[in-house]
Design a protein around this ligand. Structure first.
Ligand code: ASP
Length: 601
């Protein structure tokens, strides 16, 4: 070993020991005859002191050191003189008086400051290009360690419960999870392609047919989709499958695992155990979204039936067209300026909403319980009946001083607009307790949704998810009403995992594929292997997958999952360090039987 101790371990009781340290120069203070160096390795920082009187040779070398040089020091541990201790540093009671300094590697000036946690303002593109330097910084280094600890905890937790970790192929066939596949051309099979797994879904189901009963894998998944803040083209899941279970069994495995994990890696408080279980219908109704952030209230109110015959055309027409009129309360917002309200209107526009109606409750109701005159401030109450006004105020739960914000549109506009407005209100009004871990389950998802783009029904989760028992008879007649045995686990408004009980009968699986618009030949071509496997005795089975990056990011308080990945890609899927994707040589293309066309006009 080139060192006897790490830079994080030496304490006062080590005084007098001869040690060898090695690491990076974190900071250097040169007082002429006396040079102080903070030496850093993964485990910490230790001060090394070199005195020109006692060690002229070592001092001469130390005088040439600059930040990020890699250096080895030999010397003696000494207690720092009284008053010179550094209480912020675990090694702050000691210093190493060096008698020998060896430069192991010189360093150019890095493009950003590495020591300390400053530098969040560094352009992310620069951080990604020099990721190996970014990872030297304490914050990312801590995130890597946290990620390791979380994955290790999961591995141990499941191993202790008779799960087997089994690897499945990366070169696979298309595994539909609702995204586009990444494909890999085959050299040996001209014109044929592998697909990278969007998840190991089919393989884990085949492992259940194979009798493995309890499987997990820390699995890499690949999805070629347009990226958002919490998406990357490749990411890691805890992928898990069990045989002879129902939905409750999966939840009863995962919930205590998440509780114990939280206790181990976080000082935050879990809002509620057992985790609240919210039906998909309720989640959409109260939060407008299927991943509710329940760290705060401000649930949505639905006033559609109240205003169905309203004199206010915007409301009446929206309801008549099958839409929803819903609202959310901005606490203490009744006195907001028009400009502030306009800002909120702008905020919801990206979600498709054309406008925001508002009612400020500026006072108390009159003696008959009606809100009139000075008790209201609004541009719309003049179009509403007294009954409608009172009904809206009461349904919203608003009190004096609050502002009710309403959206009237189709459900796919009203819900996301208000879901996001609710979060914005939570942020602006400081309603979100950052010290909470608010887990919940969302259950009873629809099995299918109609895709206007594709003009057919598509699976909400994936096409291997089974319907709730009572709903099978209406698969053909009322596909939109069929509920699935599917469940998501949510933390602070992030979907951290989702799974389902699967179809394990080939006749049911065929029936669902047909409902999704596939004919027998197509099913056979894409999923023949699975249907055939089911004919050899398939156990009832189900599972779940948790997004590792999202879980780690939440515990790390990271703004993006990129902060918990060693080498993430940009929002456009580019690796700035390796400059991938990149062209390949003509020779490679020829071997792969590929010719590259100009981009389609
Ligand atoms: N394969 C699913 C996914 O990746 C999870 C599951 O159903 O287990 O979302």
């Amino acid at each position: 070993m080139l060192k006897s101790h790490s830079c994080g371990v030496l304490r006062a009781e080590d005084a007098g020991k001869q040690v060898t340290l090695a690491g990076w120069i974190n900071r250097r203070r040169d007082h002429g005859g006396l040079i102080f160096l903070d030496v850093r390795d993964r485990f910490g920082v230790t001060q090394v002191t070199i005195n020109s009187d006692n060690q002229p040779d070592a001092h001469a070398v130390a005088a040439t050191l600059r930040s990020e040089f890699v250096v080895q020091f030999h010397g003696t541990v000494q207690k720092r003189p009284p008053g010179f201790e550094n209480p912020d540093l675990p090694t702050g009671e000691i210093e190493v008086i060096a008698d020998k300094v060896v430069i192991l590697s010189e360093a150019r000036t890095p493009p950003f400051v590495i020591s300390g946690d400053q530098g969040d303002d560094v352009d992310e593109a620069v951080r990604l290009k020099y990721r190996y330097l970014d990872l030297r910084r304490p914050k990312l280094a801590r995130n890597m360690a946290l990620r390791h600890n979380i994955v290790r905890f999961i591995r141990n937790y499941l191993s202790d419960r008779d799960f087997l970790e089994i690897e499945t192929p990366i070169l696979l066939k298309s595994t539909p999870e609702g995204a586009r596949d990444f494909v890999v051309p085959s050299r040996m099979h001209a014109g044929k392609f592998y697909a990278l797994p969007q998840s190991p879904q089919q393989m884990k189901q085949l492992l259940m047919v194979a009798g493995m009963e309890r499987y997990f894998q820390i699995a890499r998944c690949f999805r070629d989709e347009d990226l958002r803040a919490d998406r990357q083209p490749e990411f890691t899941q805890l992928d898990l499958e069990m045989s002879f279970v129902d939905q409750g069994d999966i939840m009863a495995l995962i919930e205590p695992m998440l509780i114990e994990l939280s206790q181990q890696v976080s000082s935050k408080r879990i809002l509620q155990t057992p985790f609240p279980v919210i039906s998909w219908d309720d989640a959409m109704d109260k939060y407008g979204i299927d991943r509710p952030d329940i760290r705060f209230g401000q649930t949505l109110c639905n006033v559609s039936s109240l205003v169905a015959e309203s004199g206010f055309g915007v409301f009446k027409n929206a309801v008549a067209a099958g839409g929803l009129v819903k609202g959310v309360v901005y606490p203490g917002g009744a006195g907001m300026s028009r400009r502030e309200i306009d800002e909120l209107t702008e905020f919801i526009k990206p979600y498709g909403a054309k406008g925001l109606a508002w009612i400020g409750v500026t006072g108390e109701p009159d003696s008959d319980g009606h809100y009139t005159g000075d008790a209201l401030r609004s541009q719309i109450t003049k179009f509403l009946s007294q009954e409608e006004i009172d009904g809206i105020v009461s349904a919203s739960g608003a009190g004096a001083g609050d502002l009710i914000l309403l959206v009237a549109d189709q459900p796919d506009v009203t819900n996301p607009s208000l879901a996001n407005l609710r979060l914005e209100i939570g942020r602006r009004a400081g309603l979100i307790d950052q010290n909470l871990l608010a887990f919940c389950w969302v259950v009873d998802f629809p099995l299918l949704e109609y895709s206007e783009d594709e003009d057919r029904w598509v699976a909400c989760h994936h096409p291997f998810t089974t319907a709730q028992d009572a709903d099978w008879p209406r698969l053909e007649s009322e596909p939109g009403k069929v509920k699935a045995k599917a469940y998501d686990v949510i933390l602070n408004g992030w979907e951290i995992g989702g799974g389902s009980i699967r179809i394990h009968r080939s006749d049911h699986q065929m029936r669902l594929f047909q409902r999704l618009g596939m004919n027998e030949a197509e099913v056979d071509e894409m999923f023949g292997h699975l249907l055939e496997a089911f004919t050899y005795g398939a156990p009832p089975h189900g599972g779940i997958a948790l997004g590792i990056e999202r879980v780690v990011a939440l515990y790390a308080d990271a703004a993006s999952i990129r902060e918990v990945m060693a080498f993430p890609k940009t929002a456009t899927g580019t690796d700035l360090l390796l400059e991938a994707p990149s062209p390949v040589s003509e020779k490679q293309l020829v071997e792969l039987h590929i010719s590259v066309r100009d981009k389609k006009k």
